[in-house]
Ligand binder design. Sequence first.
Ligand SMILES: Nc1ncnc2c1ncn2[C@@H]1O[C@H](COP(=O)(O)OP(=O)(O)O)[C@@H](O)[C@H]1O
Ligand SMILES: [Mg+2]
Length: 385
Amino acid sequence: MRCFTICCSRDASSPTRQRVNIDAEISDVENAKLYSYKELKIATDNFNPANKIGEGGFGSVYKGRLKDGTLAAIKVLSAESQQGVREFLTEIVVISGIEHENLVKLYGCCAEEDHRILVYGYLENNSLSKTLLGGRYSGIQFSWKTRTKICIGVARGIMFLHEEIQPHIVHRDIKASNILLDKDLNPKISDFGLAKLFPDNQTHISTRVAGTIGYMAPEYASRGQLTRKADIYSFGVLLMEIVGGRFNTNKRLPSEDKHILRRAWRLHEQGDLVHLVDTALEGDFDVDEAHKYLKIGLLCTQEKPNNRPSMSSVVRMLTGEMVVDEKTISRPGLMPQFAPMESSQSNISYTSSPGSGKKDMLLSSQNTTMTYATMSYTSIYDRSN
Ligand SMILES: Nc1ncnc2c1ncn2[C@@H]1O[C@H](COP(=O)(O)OP(=O)(O)O)[C@@H](O)[C@H]1O
Ligand SMILES: [Mg+2]
């Protein structure tokens, strides 16, 4: 049984209260194995930098071997960060006990004294952001077939979260660095620090806007109204990245190509969407299928959330069980800094989020005639690494 409330104290001046709440929360969650700090220290050779396999917003991730011989990824959260404590608890509460072939497995955690550590199943091929998108140094060849397998796997993982499990879960941070790959390049969704449980009778959750700029649905960024369609938007961006072999944003490109969705829309209008496909494939791909995948990416990122398909429809379209209705494709939605006429219409400034050590982004748009007419001021907790 999972516990559905997260009541971590936000009172930074009260470490005792915070401690009590963490202990109470963790003890409520069945299936979460508790590890001793000593065991994790031994497993990672005293958190030896040589064993470091990743760095996220809230700390370092180490490869380690547990007492029973199992390899694990051990994520150590920074002790000072209040945000980190909340994400630590969310992650345990949301995914303890959940098993799906496209979700990372949480083995358990350690909350001894000030230590907050999460222990996951180790995945041999790190993240999509490090391998497929982050330079080709990994040596892995991502064939067209592998890319389709990854897209379908991620879509199935999200479908499970959105439609199969109760209460439903909105991940809120679907992106390349949160998609891990096992030894056979099967994808697993990870990092549930921002996830929200979503009871069936609720149409949306009003929440502080958090996620990663570039993957964030514009209506969520502007109004903070969270629905499953925000994940579907992020998935659409990720799909484009996987097919295109590039990160969604490339600041060195001219503004009309800077964000992959703008480039995709321009190519689509010119009838040349396939031009977006990664040149590293050297033409060795199924043109019709690639075209279809990119159109699904456009559908997922439609401006109006209601025009985006559900995740089960996405899975059926990707696998060929459902046709893609081209007529419903119109211009994708984009946050103002990526949209045309951005510089004259919007101001963007950064503020600091207390305790998190991360940047918040403050957006304002004076535009009253365009898409972003309703966007006033929104404080966004941006999780870009
Ligand atoms: N189970 C795992 N196996 C292998 N590498 C992992 C694993 N979990 C995390 N990593 C690596 O650590 C990075 C950060 O992990 P993540 O859980 O996304 O942390 P954060 O919440 O700080 O973003 C990932 O992008 C990946 O490179
Ligand atoms: Mg992450």
